[in-house]
Design a protein around this ligand. Structure first.
Ligand SMILES: [Fe+2]
Length: 142
């Protein structure tokens, strides 16, 4: 991957993760303590960690990181119902995971490889966790 393509992708991922933090923060607000809230708190911490990491790598590449935020959070928070919000969250997280899957084989920098390997693994785990939550939530309602 060319340097400018890498920078573009890192900035888009940064904007997506930043929007992820805001989306999950909004989802957390009305929730009572419990497994769902705990898991979302962890997911929020993960997303925030990736914002910081992407910021770091962009600065290392000598560019000013994007200060923008994707419109993902606004779209998610306009959705009614936590189960549907989780589904939408997983679509966003799936997009991020696919971008990283394509990026990883092109990376030569070991610190970046380690970072994105962990980011991909965590996204996959958080997607699986959210799927489990959706199943539980929809089983309760049905
Ligand atoms: Fe994410």
């Amino acid at each position: 991957m060319k340097r400018d393509e890498l920078i573009e992708l890192l900035n888009r991922l940064l904007e997506a993760e930043r929007s992820g933090v805001r989306a999950v923060s909004g989802m957390l607000k009305p929730l009572q303590e419990g497994e769902l809230k705990e898991g979302l708190k962890k997911a929020k911490g993960d997303e925030a960690r990736y914002v910081a990491g992407l910021h770091h790598f962009l600065k290392q590449l000598g560019v000013t990181p994007s200060g923008k935020m994707g419109d993902f959070a606004d779209k998610l928070l306009a959705i009614d119902g936590i189960a549907e919000q989780l589904r939408f969250l997983n679509r966003g997280q799936g997009w991020v995971a696919r971008k990283i899957e394509a990026l990883l084989p092109t990376l030569t920098d070991q610190a970046m490889r380690d970072f994105f390997t962990e980011m991909l693994d965590t996204h996959r785990k958080n997607i699986a966790w959210a799927e489990k939550m959706i199943e539980q939530l929809t089983a309760t309602v049905a």
